[in-house]
Design a protein around this ligand. Structure first.
Ligand SMILES: [Zn+2]
Length: 185
C-alpha cells in the first residue's frame, strides 16, 4: 500500500497546487487523430513528445503490442467512438522495435499462471467460453507484419467509413524515431 499512499499524497499536492491548469483541454482531439500503440513503459512519454502531441491533441489507445485481437473487441469499439463521437479522421497504428509481444509464447505465459495457482480447470473454463487461449495469448513474429495486418483490419472493418485514413508505423523506443510501414498485408 505504501506506493499507493505515495501516489495519493502526490495527487493531493498536485490538485492543491493547481498543477492541472496547464493540462486544461476538452474531450475532442485537437488534431483529429487516434493512435493505437503499445503499453511499453518506454513509450509513455516518449511517443507524445517525439510526435509533438500535447494534452488534448489525440485519442490514444494502448495495449500489449498495439494489436487488435478481435474485430469486435474493445480496441475497435474505442476507435469507432473516436471517429463517430469525437471527430477523429486519421488513425495511426504505432508498434515499436523491441516489443515484448514479439514471439510471446502462450505456453510459457500459461506456465507462469499455473505457478501462481491457476489450475487446469480454470484454463478449461476459458476454453469452454469458445476462446482459443493459445491464439489469444500469443504475440507476433514480425512487428512490421503485425502493424500492417492491424492497419488492414481497421481499413477493411465494415463499420469504418471510407474517408478515414489509416497508417502504420514502428517507433524506436530509445530515440523516438518513427518509421512508416508501407502496407502490404
Ligand atoms: Zn510493445
Amino acid at each position: 500500500m505504501s506506493l499507493i499512499n505515495e501516489i495519493l499524497e502526490y495527487n493531493q499536492s498536485f490538485v492543491d497546487g493547481k498543477q492541472y491548469e496547464t493540462f486544461d483541454t476538452t474531450r475532442f482531439p485537437n488534431k483529429r487523430i487516434a493512435v493505437l500503440s503499445c503499453m511499453d513503459t518506454r513509450l509513455t512519454k516518449l511517443l507524445p513528445a517525439a510526435l509533438n502531441f500535447k494534452n488534448g491533441d489525440i485519442k490514444i489507445i494502448t495495449n500489449a503490442g498495439a494489436m487488435i485481437t478481435h474485430p469486435y473487441g474493445s480496441v475497435m469499439r474505442s476507435l469507432l467512438v473516436a471517429i463517430y463521437e469525437l471527430g477523429v479522421q486519421e488513425i495511426m497504428v504505432i508498434g515499436h522495435y523491441g516489443c515484448g509481444m514479439k514471439n510471446l509464447d502462450s505456453l510459457k505465459l500459461i506456465e507462469k499462471m499455473k505457478e501462481k495457482g491457476i489450475t487446469e480447470d480454470k484454463i478449461e473454463i476459458v476454453e469452454s467460453d469458445g476462446i482459443d487461449i493459445h491464439k489469444w495469448l500469443s504475440g507476433f513474429e514480425n512487428p512490421v507484419v503485425s502493424v500492417a495486418e492491424t492497419v488492414t483490419l481497421i481499413k477493411e472493418h465494415p463499420l469504418i467509413s471510407a474517408d478515414i485514413n489509416v497508417y502504420g508505423f514502428l517507433m524506436d523506443p530509445h530515440t523516438g524515431k518513427l518509421d512508416k510501414i508501407e502496407n502490404e498485408a
